[in-house]
Design a protein around this ligand. Structure first.
Ligand code: UT7
Length: 331
């Protein structure tokens, strides 16, 4: 039997309708469009305003979009992986609710959390299950309602994040397309610089933690920026080297959308032309677990069978990495 590779065979996405522009943020905190655009590349983000809808709503919509586009029978899905930092509830896997709602009644499911690297690490998990031959259809969803954990009085964070979701289907491929190689890393020193301090086992919720705004995202942006720039570029360069890929060989960089300057630094190190860098940060901001599949969805028509993709991400923890992937279909 020929070697099994794990290929992406379908993509879906969803972003909520409500738009939060830089101009609107100018009325909420002391900031301005020029600062946000030049420092981050972001012009607007989407916000799920309905207080009765959680992250599962976004994930279900993205999965339904994939099912409608691809015609896959949800009953044939073996496993649903759900990358998120904003589960509907701390306990009760959001994945289980989502799988049931989309009709994946024969699947089992679980949540995956690695901050902004949740989707990238989920790609590794999904690929391993497919390559081992254990499962034939793995649905990986990345979804976050970041607006539920952002303090809209904190200009250091509220200008960056947005809500959204994306989904991809992994299936076996016998032509050598799909997952090729990966370099995934973590370093626990990072947790002081990007975190939600309260609400977990270390600091359970109390009146005091709420009063101190400790349930919102805190980020020491400067420090995270420094680590993100060097680490994301390092792993992307290394994965190219060990697969004998030059800048010319790589067709697309699919990088986590946290800051345009971080993405530019990575593509520069990889010696990539700007036209090969997938970018939609200007429209969605940082959607955490959803950035990579949202890029695939936006650029799906331009991706061609056999194209070399380098995925890269960096996030809280710290967590980061790079995956070399060959695209498997023309749409
Ligand atoms: O996705 C997970 C990983 N996260 C990341 O990769 C994010 C990494 N960090 C970043 O993207 C950037 O650090 C930020 C976009 C968060 C901030 O950009 P920066 O260029 O690092 O700005 P800074 O924090 O060094 O602040 C520069 C100046 C400061 O003023 P002074 O001290 O120079 O007078 C800030 O007070 O900009 C000020 N500032 C702002 N001004 C207008 C900070 N936030 C704002 C703001 N609007 N929203």
């Amino acid at each position: 039997m020929s070697k099994i590779n794990a290929a992406i065979t379908a993509v879906g996405a969803y972003v909520p309708e409500d738009v939060l522009t830089n101009k609107m943020l100018e009325d909420m905190v002391e900031t301005n469009d020029e600062w946000i655009t030049s420092r981050t590349g972001i012009k607007e983000r989407r916000i799920l305003k309905d207080p009765n809808k959680g992250t599962s709503y976004l994930g279900i919509k993205a999965a339904e979009n994939l099912i409608e586009k691809s015609g896959v029978d949800p009953q044939e899905i073996d496993l649903v992986l759900f990358g998120t930092v904003t589960p509907d509830m701390p306990v009760a896997a959001t994945a289980a609710y989502v799988a049931t709602q989309i009709g994946a009644v024969n699947a089992y499911s679980y949540d995956l959390q690695a901050a902004c690297s949740s989707f990238l690490f989920g790609m590794s998990t999904a690929s391993a299950y497919i390559e081992s031959g254990r499962y034939r259809k793995v649905l990986l969803i990345g979804a976050d309602k970041m607006s539920s954990i952002i303090d809209y009085k904190d200009r250091a964070t509220c200008i960056i994040f947005g809500d959204g979701a994306g989904a991809v289907l992994f299936e076996p491929n016998h032509e050598g397309l799909g997952h090729q190689d990966e370099l995934l890393r973590t370093d626990g020193i990072g947790r002081e610089f990007l975190k939600i301090e309260a609400g977990g086992s270390l600091l359970p919720p109390s009146e005091e933690t709420v009063r101190n705004n400790q349930h919102y995202v805190f980020q020491d942006g400067k420090t995270v920026f420094k680590f993100a720039v060097s680490n994301m570029a390092d792993v992307s360069e290394k994965i190219m080297l060990r697969n004998q890929l030059s800048g010319d060989d790589v067709n697309w960089l699919v990088a986590h959308q946290a800051n345009k300057r971080i993405i530019d630094a990575t593509s520069k190190r990889m010696k990539l032309d700007d036209t090969k860098v997938l970018m939609n940060i200007q429209r969605y901001g940082n959607t955490t677990s959803a950035t990579l599949p949202l890029l695939l969805s936006d650029y799906e028509k331009q991706l061609k069978k056999g194209d070399n993709l380098v995925f890269a991400a960096f996030g809280g923890g710290f967590t980061w990495g790079s995956i070399y992937f060959k695209w498997a279909y023309n749409s």
